[in-house]
Design a protein around this ligand. Structure first.
Ligand code: HH2
Length: 295
């Protein structure tokens, strides 16, 4: 983790470090969520005002976010979001994205529309985040190949089906996504896989997906996990979305132990602290194997 002293400031105009360089550091990266939407499931409406959105982005960077994920359409993992036109998404992003991209950390654009993604790249985003894993808008793969940017490809389904083998479904989806990516000419080095916690999954299937995370390392690509405030947490320990921090931390910590390279979170400061403490304890144990024998 960068020290606060070495973190970029408002005056630092050097470009953000590329995602590949951050991933090579070998520690879990924290992606902070910025929803410029009226209806996101856990923070809808809080950052629709551009000034509030930019202030929140600055807070996330100061708290230690490695990446800021900006979205202007709720994906509503649990359904029910009003569809938003490309024009509306772009109108929400325009007063916000350039300022966020100037904060010194890479910005990803959370959109399923290639048209919006292209405009966001022009405004300073450097990573694509497609919650339909290249399988909704056919222009998305072409855009990623042409612009040679990293892309997060997430598993998704139209609706949950408790009867299916969700792990087999994710495997098949990833295989199809990688085929589309290869055909479009996207370099494998630019692909990050995300099993899509809460998307087209029952809460039990989300938990099963998290439990099976090491299975997806067989694709040989970095994994992103976004469990933040999601409903599976409340299925085990009932709480409204803004009271699911403990569950989010537990899920993300375990995910990083199971190989997640990036965690996508609303609560950056708390996640950074949890990951640092886990790392400090693990380092101590590695350097002093004998102390573990007292357990
Ligand atoms: N989850 C959400 C949105 N985008 N992208 C990736 N790659 N992985 C995720 O798990 C993921 C995502 C849902 O969270 P949020 O952005 O807070 O909600 P909403 O989509 O309602 O804005």
């Amino acid at each position: 983790m960068l020290d606060q002293a070495t973190r970029p400031t408002d005056d630092d105009k050097s470009p953000p470090r590329p995602l590949a360089a951050l991933l090579r550091e070998g520690r879990p990266l924290v992606m902070g969520v910025l929803n410029v939407t009226p209806d996101s499931f856990s923070d809808g409406g809080r950052y629709l005002d551009p000034d509030h959105a930019i202030a929140q982005a600055k807070r996330l960077v100061a708290e230690g976010a490695d990446i800021i994920d900006v979205g202007a359409e709720s994906t509503r993992p649990y359904g029910g979001a009003a569809p938003v036109s490309a024009e509306e998404e772009i109108a929400r992003l325009t007063p916000v994205l350039p300022a966020v991209a100037a904060l010194g950390v890479p910005v990803s654009i959370d959109t399923m529309k290639a048209e919006v993604a292209g405009v966001a790249l022009d405004m300073g985003a450097t990573i694509l985040n497609d919650v339909w894993g290249l399988q909704r808008d056919p222009a998305m793969a072409k855009l990623a190949a042409l612009r040679r940017v990293p892309i997060v490809v997430m598993h998704n389904r139209d609706g949950a089906d408790p009867a299916i083998d969700i792990l087999a479904d994710i495997d098949a989806f990833f295989a199809r996504t990688l085929e589309i990516a290869a055909q479009a000419g996207i370099s494998r080095e630019n692909i990050v896989l995300d099993p899509g916690i809460g998307f087209g999954k029952t809460p039990e299937q989300s938990i099963a997906t998290l439990a099976a995370l090491p299975r997806f390392s067989r694709f040989g690509l970095p994994l992103l996990v976004g469990a933040s405030r999601k409903r599976f947490i409340a299925s085990v320990s009932p709480a409204p979305p803004d009271k699911r921090l403990g569950g989010s931390l537990a899920a993300h910590l375990l995910a990083t132990l199971d190989g997640a390279a990036i965690v996508r979170v609303h609560d950056v400061a708390e996640t950074v602290q949890a990951l640092k403490i886990a790392q400090a304890i693990r380092n101590k144990a590695i350097r002093n194997p004998s102390i573990r024998s007292f357990r």
